[in-house]
Design a protein around this ligand. Sequence first.
Ligand code: SDX
Length: 429
Amino acid sequence: MSDRKATLTLDGKSYDLPVLSPTVGPDVLDIRKLYGEADVFTYDPGFTSTAACESTITYIDGDVGELLYRGYPIEQLAEKSSYLESCYLLLYGELPTHDQLSDFTARVTRHTMVHEQMHQFYRGFRRDAHPMATMVGVVGAMSAFYHDSTDVNDPWQREVAAIRMIAKLPTIAAMAYKYSVGQPFVYPKNSLSYAGNFLSMCFAVPAEDYVVSPILEKAMDRIMLLHADHEQNASTSTVRLAGSSGANPFACIAAGIACLWGPAHGGANQACLEMLKEIGTVDRIPEYVAKAKDKNSGFRLMGFGHRVYKNFDPRAKVMKESADEVLGLLGIDNNPLLQVAKELERIALEDEYFISKKLYPNVDFYSGIILEAMGFPTSMFTPIFAISRTVGWISQWKEMIAEKNQKIGRPRQLYIGAPRRDYVDLRHR
Ligand code: SDX
């Protein structure tokens, strides 16, 4: 470690803050001893300037629009890799050999079924329950069924829990969809690919044979790969914080799913498509751009902006190309929503408000257009994000649990409430 230091001067006293250097990215001021030495906290409510952990998994350079999974650029992985191969990379740190990938794929494939009794859960929900509500409940309940993979201190149980969740999340999400449309659950098929199996569990019906479309299978796999991990985003930070208490892995992933649901985060893909539908036609775009620029409107362009990317989200670029390709292959390239999205992007990126605030389309801007073209209702967009991100959550959780001096996360606060005061009896109030 270098001996570079920053010096903080406060009330005439100086405090040395060691400077930690990353492989790539900004240097980090180590303030772990600050409170003990200077009796002060730092204040950063949205964690805009705060590194909460060390990690070797994913790196984002928001200024140039770069995203690396274990050092590999997302564009190269989207073109040449697959979701399960990227899962292996995120989990174990290196691209697998042929045999390693075959073994990993076989292990995931053999865990795709859920305990038969879990089917009863779904009947307790209303048919119109949002699938994210169902997923939070069912994933959290997995700890009630898979007791042999809940001991976070046992590396083997951590490994089994990881495989089980990567394998079962598509099944759980597909069952939530089937339940919402009143169709029977479709069991996983080991002969299908990860993405193909998910499409089959969502769209196959007992009345006829279902053939997975290679176009949709490839598009689904690419969408999952693009969403697999993304540094310390809100839901990943939720999983890490839940995991820091020693909670079982299923409970931690359920917490991540709950956080992802918000429209400022993973819920944006559903909100974005609903926004594009509300805009409806290209001639109404200026009205909505004006609303997005009006602070008092409370309206934001969903699928636009990002805490880290102050340039293009590289995933949005790949997603836009994929939207053109998939809709073209499906013969719906004149899709009005795609036209509205492209024109909205063009207008916004020429507008000073968006330019000055460095607001670009993010991963959620185009994904919904592809998912709707595949036949998914908007309510299934965030569940698909959750399926994809499960490997990222688990990889980050495993990294945290394995840290030798791992501590429970416990932020402090800037207290601006009432100072100590005595109780006042009711008769004197
Ligand atoms: C995801 O963290 C991750 O990595 C997340 C994610 C992942 O893979 O895990 O990438 C997935 O969550 C993508 C983001 C999806 N959310 C949306 O598309 C919702 C719309 N976007 C925003 O709400 C917003 O851009 C955020 C939440 C994404 C980022 O918010 P920040 O970084 O806290 O920025 P901010 O809210 O402080 O906004 C900065 C300025 C503000 O104006 P000022 O107060 O400075 O005048 O930009 C404005 C905002 O009003 N602004 C927008 C805007 N986003 C920000 N104005 C209009 N439309 C928008 N979409």
